[in-house]
Design a protein around this ligand. Sequence first.
Ligand SMILES: Nc1ncnc2c1ncn2[C@@H]1O[C@H](COP(=O)(O)OP(=O)(O)O)[C@@H](O)[C@H]1O
Ligand SMILES: [Mg+2]
Length: 229
Amino acid sequence: MIKAENLHKYFGPIKALQGVTVEVPEGLTLVLGPNGGGKSTFMKVALGLYKPTKGSVRLLGKDPWKSPEARKSVGVAFDPGRFPKLTTGREWLEFIARGRGAGDEDVEKAAGLFGIEDALDRRIEGYSSGMLKRLSLAQAFVGEPEVIFLDEPLANVDFESVAEIVEIIKKWKAGGRSFIIISHIWEPFENIADFGVVISGGKVYLAGPFAEIKGEVEAMFRPPALDNE
Ligand SMILES: Nc1ncnc2c1ncn2[C@@H]1O[C@H](COP(=O)(O)OP(=O)(O)O)[C@@H](O)[C@H]1O
Ligand SMILES: [Mg+2]
């Protein structure tokens, strides 16, 4: 689904990606790694939002920087979600939907999925942080794209909403959608993740079927148990 070869992305002197080579299959992929490691940059290059400095990336077999078709098949929620504040939720989602060849009824559907249908005609500046998160998720799901990128979908989300969001993702994955999820809170996804990629220092530190790398991932990101003796 994503094929990156020797992918580099520099921002002036900052080398955010320094030779990422990885093949991400269909299904649900978790992207993990330390802060500043290059995860969000990788996502943005794979989406076609950033042009690679060097190397290549294919999304659904196409160059995402050049291919409008590739972009139409993809939904994204950025972290943190940012929106034009005087705009209503409906205006924003309809704007995203039109860009994706989807209709106004898709907006109702996506808003309903995340429980913000009653807030759609209010200005986004009045949304609570929980509603902003739901709006950014609805943005990613609107029009039912084939591939959905979620950058930190569980950050600053209350306990019940975590279960609700994970359940929606699980259902859509069962329906054949693919997910690329960057998440520090990865435990809720461990049973539905097909593939995992650990990006650190702008490089792929570890990649493979999640079941196979889970042990190593746990050792890396779970704090060691406290020894009480
Ligand atoms: N647009 C940008 N301009 C300058 N530096 C950036 C930009 N985007 C990311 N960076 C830098 O690139 C590095 C990787 O960032 P990022 O991909 O956001 O990491 P992660 O998502 O893993 O936390 C960091 O040092 C970050 O500050
Ligand atoms: Mg990030």
